[in-house]
Design a protein around this ligand. Sequence first.
Ligand SMILES: Nc1ncnc2c1ncn2[C@@H]1O[C@H](COP(=O)(O)OP(=O)(O)OP(=O)(O)O)[C@@H](O)[C@H]1O
Length: 260
Amino acid sequence: MSFVSVRDVWQAYDGRSILERVNVEVEEGEFISIVGASGCGKSTFLRMLLAEEVPVRGAISIDGGAPAVEPGRERGVVFQRYSVFPHMTVRENIIAAEGFAKPSGWLFGSARKAARNRADAMLVRIGLNHVADQYPASLSGGMQQRLAIGQALTAKPRVLLLDEPFGALDPGTRLQMHDFLTELRAETGMTVFMVTHDLAEGFKLGDRVLVFDKVRWDPMDPGLHGATITYDFDARDGGVPFQHILDRYPSLAPEPVGKA
Ligand SMILES: Nc1ncnc2c1ncn2[C@@H]1O[C@H](COP(=O)(O)OP(=O)(O)OP(=O)(O)O)[C@@H](O)[C@H]1O
Protein backbone atom coordinates (compact mmCIF):
# COMPACT_ATOMS: atom_id res chain seq x y z
CA MET A 1 0.00 0.00 0.00
CA SER A 2 1.19 3.51 -0.77
CA PHE A 3 2.16 6.00 1.93
CA VAL A 4 -0.82 8.25 1.20
CA SER A 5 -3.82 6.45 -0.19
CA VAL A 6 -6.88 8.36 -1.40
CA ARG A 7 -9.67 5.99 -2.35
CA ASP A 8 -12.86 7.07 -4.09
CA VAL A 9 -13.12 10.32 -2.12
CA TRP A 10 -16.15 12.58 -2.54
CA GLN A 11 -16.88 15.90 -0.85
CA ALA A 12 -20.04 18.01 -0.91
CA TYR A 13 -21.25 21.12 0.91
CA ASP A 14 -24.94 21.78 1.38
CA GLY A 15 -25.74 18.99 -1.06
CA ARG A 16 -23.48 20.50 -3.77
CA SER A 17 -20.81 18.15 -5.03
CA ILE A 18 -17.31 19.71 -4.91
CA LEU A 19 -15.08 16.68 -5.45
CA GLU A 20 -16.02 13.28 -6.78
CA ARG A 21 -14.27 9.95 -7.33
CA VAL A 22 -10.84 11.24 -6.31
CA ASN A 23 -8.29 8.44 -6.32
CA VAL A 24 -4.56 8.82 -5.93
CA GLU A 25 -1.68 6.86 -4.44
CA VAL A 26 1.41 8.72 -3.25
CA GLU A 27 4.74 7.26 -2.14
CA GLU A 28 6.59 8.57 0.90
CA GLY A 29 8.87 11.47 -0.02
CA GLU A 30 7.04 12.41 -3.20
CA PHE A 31 6.34 16.07 -3.95
CA ILE A 32 2.86 16.47 -5.40
CA SER A 33 1.86 19.72 -7.07
CA ILE A 34 -1.86 20.39 -7.45
CA VAL A 35 -3.30 22.74 -10.06
CA GLY A 36 -6.79 23.48 -11.31
CA ALA A 37 -9.23 26.29 -11.98
CA SER A 38 -10.26 28.54 -9.11
CA GLY A 39 -12.96 27.01 -6.93
CA CYS A 40 -12.52 23.45 -8.20
CA GLY A 41 -11.78 22.06 -4.74
CA LYS A 42 -8.00 22.07 -4.37
CA SER A 43 -8.01 23.59 -0.87
CA THR A 44 -10.87 21.27 0.06
CA PHE A 45 -8.66 18.34 -0.95
CA LEU A 46 -5.82 19.67 1.24
CA ARG A 47 -8.20 20.11 4.19
CA MET A 48 -9.23 16.48 3.86
CA LEU A 49 -5.58 15.40 3.71
CA LEU A 50 -5.06 17.43 6.88
CA ALA A 51 -8.09 15.66 8.39
CA GLU A 52 -9.60 19.06 9.10
CA GLU A 53 -12.71 17.70 7.44
CA VAL A 54 -13.82 14.22 6.47
CA PRO A 55 -15.05 13.20 3.02
CA VAL A 56 -18.73 12.39 2.57
CA ARG A 57 -17.61 9.21 0.86
CA GLY A 58 -14.35 7.30 0.47
CA ALA A 59 -11.29 7.38 2.69
CA ILE A 60 -7.81 8.83 3.00
CA SER A 61 -5.18 6.92 4.90
CA ILE A 62 -1.60 7.83 5.69
CA ASP A 63 1.04 5.16 6.26
CA GLY A 64 -1.58 2.43 6.36
CA GLY A 65 -3.31 4.03 9.35
CA ALA A 66 -7.04 4.27 9.86
CA PRO A 67 -8.55 7.40 8.26
CA ALA A 68 -7.75 10.31 10.58
CA VAL A 69 -10.66 12.22 12.07
CA GLU A 70 -8.69 15.23 13.29
CA PRO A 71 -5.41 16.97 12.41
CA GLY A 72 -2.35 15.39 14.02
CA ARG A 73 1.34 16.12 14.38
CA GLU A 74 2.21 14.03 11.35
CA ARG A 75 0.64 16.68 9.08
CA GLY A 76 1.86 20.28 8.90
CA VAL A 77 0.23 23.04 6.92
CA VAL A 78 1.21 26.43 5.46
CA PHE A 79 -1.24 28.83 3.82
CA GLN A 80 -0.71 31.73 1.44
CA ARG A 81 -1.65 34.34 4.03
CA TYR A 82 0.89 34.58 6.77
CA SER A 83 -0.28 32.50 9.65
CA VAL A 84 2.29 33.69 12.18
CA PHE A 85 1.29 35.34 15.45
CA PRO A 86 1.88 39.11 15.13
CA HIS A 87 2.14 39.77 18.88
CA MET A 88 4.94 37.23 19.40
CA THR A 89 8.60 37.51 18.41
CA VAL A 90 10.02 35.26 15.73
CA ARG A 91 11.47 32.88 18.35
CA GLU A 92 8.25 32.87 20.37
CA ASN A 93 6.36 31.97 17.20
CA ILE A 94 8.44 28.81 16.80
CA ILE A 95 8.17 27.91 20.50
CA ALA A 96 4.41 28.48 20.38
CA ALA A 97 4.10 26.14 17.39
CA GLU A 98 5.72 23.43 19.50
CA GLY A 99 3.65 24.29 22.55
CA PHE A 100 0.39 24.11 20.67
CA ALA A 101 1.36 20.69 19.37
CA LYS A 102 1.40 19.39 22.95
CA PRO A 103 -1.82 18.27 24.59
CA SER A 104 -1.63 20.92 27.32
CA GLY A 105 -0.76 23.66 24.82
CA TRP A 106 1.87 25.30 27.04
CA LEU A 107 5.45 24.55 28.04
CA PHE A 108 7.09 25.38 31.38
CA GLY A 109 10.51 25.29 33.09
CA SER A 110 13.11 22.99 31.60
CA ALA A 111 10.72 21.89 28.86
CA ARG A 112 10.43 25.52 27.77
CA LYS A 113 14.20 25.99 27.89
CA ALA A 114 14.71 22.91 25.74
CA ALA A 115 12.02 24.19 23.37
CA ARG A 116 13.88 27.51 23.14
CA ASN A 117 17.07 25.67 22.15
CA ARG A 118 15.19 23.67 19.55
CA ALA A 119 13.55 26.87 18.30
CA ASP A 120 16.95 28.52 17.91
CA ALA A 121 18.20 25.51 15.93
CA MET A 122 15.12 25.78 13.69
CA LEU A 123 15.73 29.53 13.25
CA VAL A 124 19.27 28.80 12.08
CA ARG A 125 17.84 26.22 9.70
CA ILE A 126 15.37 28.64 8.16
CA GLY A 127 17.84 31.54 8.19
CA LEU A 128 15.98 33.71 10.69
CA ASN A 129 18.29 33.45 13.72
CA HIS A 130 19.45 37.06 13.24
CA VAL A 131 15.86 38.32 13.70
CA ALA A 132 14.84 35.98 16.54
CA ASP A 133 13.79 38.84 18.83
CA GLN A 134 11.93 40.87 16.21
CA TYR A 135 8.20 40.86 15.55
CA PRO A 136 6.78 39.47 12.27
CA ALA A 137 5.65 42.91 11.09
CA SER A 138 9.30 43.94 10.73
CA LEU A 139 10.06 40.98 8.40
CA SER A 140 9.75 40.79 4.63
CA GLY A 141 7.04 38.60 3.07
CA GLY A 142 9.54 35.86 2.24
CA MET A 143 10.88 35.86 5.81
CA GLN A 144 7.35 35.64 7.25
CA GLN A 145 6.60 32.72 4.99
CA ARG A 146 9.85 31.00 6.01
CA LEU A 147 8.73 31.49 9.61
CA ALA A 148 5.36 29.91 8.80
CA ILE A 149 7.15 26.94 7.21
CA GLY A 150 9.44 26.75 10.25
CA GLN A 151 6.36 26.60 12.49
CA ALA A 152 4.87 23.79 10.41
CA LEU A 153 8.18 21.88 10.54
CA THR A 154 8.51 22.20 14.31
CA ALA A 155 6.27 19.19 14.83
CA LYS A 156 8.41 17.24 12.33
CA PRO A 157 5.44 16.37 10.13
CA ARG A 158 5.75 13.48 7.71
CA VAL A 159 3.36 15.24 5.35
CA LEU A 160 3.63 18.95 4.59
CA LEU A 161 0.59 20.64 3.04
CA LEU A 162 1.19 23.93 1.25
CA ASP A 163 -1.74 26.01 -0.02
CA GLU A 164 -0.34 28.54 -2.49
CA PRO A 165 2.52 29.20 -0.07
CA PHE A 166 4.36 31.62 -2.36
CA GLY A 167 1.35 33.27 -3.99
CA ALA A 168 1.81 36.58 -2.18
CA LEU A 169 5.56 36.87 -2.79
CA ASP A 170 7.43 38.81 -5.46
CA PRO A 171 9.13 36.73 -8.21
CA GLY A 172 12.67 37.01 -6.79
CA THR A 173 11.63 35.98 -3.28
CA ARG A 174 9.61 33.18 -4.80
CA LEU A 175 12.70 31.73 -6.47
CA GLN A 176 14.60 31.89 -3.17
CA MET A 177 11.72 30.06 -1.49
CA HIS A 178 11.88 27.35 -4.18
CA ASP A 179 15.53 26.70 -3.30
CA PHE A 180 14.71 26.76 0.40
CA LEU A 181 11.89 24.25 -0.01
CA THR A 182 13.98 21.99 -2.25
CA GLU A 183 16.74 21.90 0.39
CA LEU A 184 14.30 21.23 3.23
CA ARG A 185 12.72 18.44 1.32
CA ALA A 186 16.05 16.76 0.52
CA GLU A 187 16.97 17.04 4.18
CA THR A 188 13.75 15.75 5.72
CA GLY A 189 12.40 13.30 3.11
CA MET A 190 8.94 14.76 3.74
CA THR A 191 5.99 14.03 1.52
CA VAL A 192 4.68 17.35 0.20
CA PHE A 193 1.36 18.40 -1.34
CA MET A 194 1.43 21.91 -2.76
CA VAL A 195 -1.48 23.78 -4.34
CA THR A 196 -0.29 26.40 -6.80
CA HIS A 197 -1.73 28.55 -9.56
CA ASP A 198 1.69 28.73 -11.17
CA LEU A 199 2.14 25.75 -13.50
CA ALA A 200 5.86 26.40 -14.01
CA GLU A 201 6.30 26.33 -10.22
CA GLY A 202 4.27 23.12 -10.02
CA PHE A 203 6.45 21.38 -12.60
CA LYS A 204 9.68 22.77 -11.22
CA LEU A 205 9.14 21.63 -7.64
CA GLY A 206 6.84 18.64 -8.08
CA ASP A 207 7.62 15.02 -8.85
CA ARG A 208 4.06 14.82 -10.09
CA VAL A 209 1.50 17.44 -11.09
CA LEU A 210 -2.15 16.59 -10.47
CA VAL A 211 -4.76 18.53 -12.41
CA PHE A 212 -8.23 18.89 -10.87
CA ASP A 213 -11.12 19.52 -13.23
CA LYS A 214 -14.73 18.56 -13.86
CA VAL A 215 -15.36 15.64 -16.17
CA ARG A 216 -19.13 15.97 -15.97
CA TRP A 217 -20.77 19.26 -16.77
CA ASP A 218 -24.45 20.21 -16.72
CA PRO A 219 -24.97 23.46 -18.69
CA MET A 220 -28.26 24.00 -16.85
CA ASP A 221 -26.56 23.64 -13.48
CA PRO A 222 -22.78 24.20 -13.62
CA GLY A 223 -22.43 23.56 -9.89
CA LEU A 224 -24.06 20.14 -10.00
CA HIS A 225 -20.98 17.98 -10.49
CA GLY A 226 -17.71 18.01 -8.64
CA ALA A 227 -14.12 17.94 -9.89
CA THR A 228 -11.73 15.03 -9.90
CA ILE A 229 -8.10 14.37 -10.85
CA THR A 230 -8.05 14.51 -14.65
CA TYR A 231 -4.27 14.36 -15.18
CA ASP A 232 -1.38 12.99 -13.18
CA PHE A 233 1.78 14.23 -14.89
CA ASP A 234 5.24 12.88 -14.21
CA ALA A 235 7.26 16.05 -13.62
CA ARG A 236 10.51 14.45 -12.45
CA ASP A 237 12.40 14.86 -15.64
CA GLY A 238 11.41 18.40 -16.41
CA GLY A 239 7.89 17.17 -17.08
CA VAL A 240 5.89 17.74 -20.23
CA PRO A 241 5.91 21.22 -21.74
CA PHE A 242 3.31 23.03 -19.69
CA GLN A 243 2.13 25.09 -22.65
CA HIS A 244 0.03 22.11 -23.72
CA ILE A 245 -1.82 22.24 -20.44
CA LEU A 246 -2.25 26.00 -20.74
CA ASP A 247 -3.88 25.45 -24.13
CA ARG A 248 -6.45 23.30 -22.46
CA TYR A 249 -6.72 25.33 -19.25
CA PRO A 250 -6.26 28.99 -20.24
CA SER A 251 -7.64 30.07 -16.86
CA LEU A 252 -4.45 28.70 -15.27
CA ALA A 253 -2.17 31.04 -17.23
CA PRO A 254 -0.28 33.53 -15.07
CA GLU A 255 -1.62 37.09 -15.07
CA PRO A 256 0.21 39.25 -17.64
CA VAL A 257 2.79 41.49 -15.97
CA GLY A 258 1.42 44.97 -15.35
CA LYS A 259 -2.22 43.91 -15.29
CA ALA A 260 -4.03 45.63 -12.43
N1 LIG B 1 -16.91 24.91 4.34
C1 LIG B 1 -17.51 25.16 3.16
N2 LIG B 1 -18.86 25.28 3.08
C2 LIG B 1 -19.49 25.53 1.90
N3 LIG B 1 -18.83 25.65 0.73
C3 LIG B 1 -17.48 25.54 0.75
C4 LIG B 1 -16.75 25.30 1.95
N4 LIG B 1 -15.43 25.23 1.65
C5 LIG B 1 -15.33 25.42 0.31
N5 LIG B 1 -16.55 25.61 -0.23
C6 LIG B 1 -16.83 25.80 -1.65
O1 LIG B 1 -16.24 24.71 -2.32
C7 LIG B 1 -15.70 25.12 -3.57
C8 LIG B 1 -14.25 24.71 -3.64
O2 LIG B 1 -13.50 25.55 -2.76
P1 LIG B 1 -11.92 25.41 -2.62
O3 LIG B 1 -11.47 26.53 -1.75
O4 LIG B 1 -11.56 24.04 -2.22
O5 LIG B 1 -11.43 25.65 -4.14
P2 LIG B 1 -9.99 25.95 -4.69
O6 LIG B 1 -9.81 25.11 -5.92
O7 LIG B 1 -8.96 25.79 -3.63
O8 LIG B 1 -10.12 27.49 -5.10
P3 LIG B 1 -9.01 28.63 -5.26
O9 LIG B 1 -8.07 28.18 -6.33
O10 LIG B 1 -9.81 29.82 -5.69
O11 LIG B 1 -8.37 28.81 -3.93
C9 LIG B 1 -15.93 26.61 -3.68
O12 LIG B 1 -17.10 26.82 -4.44
C10 LIG B 1 -16.16 27.04 -2.24
O13 LIG B 1 -17.01 28.15 -2.18
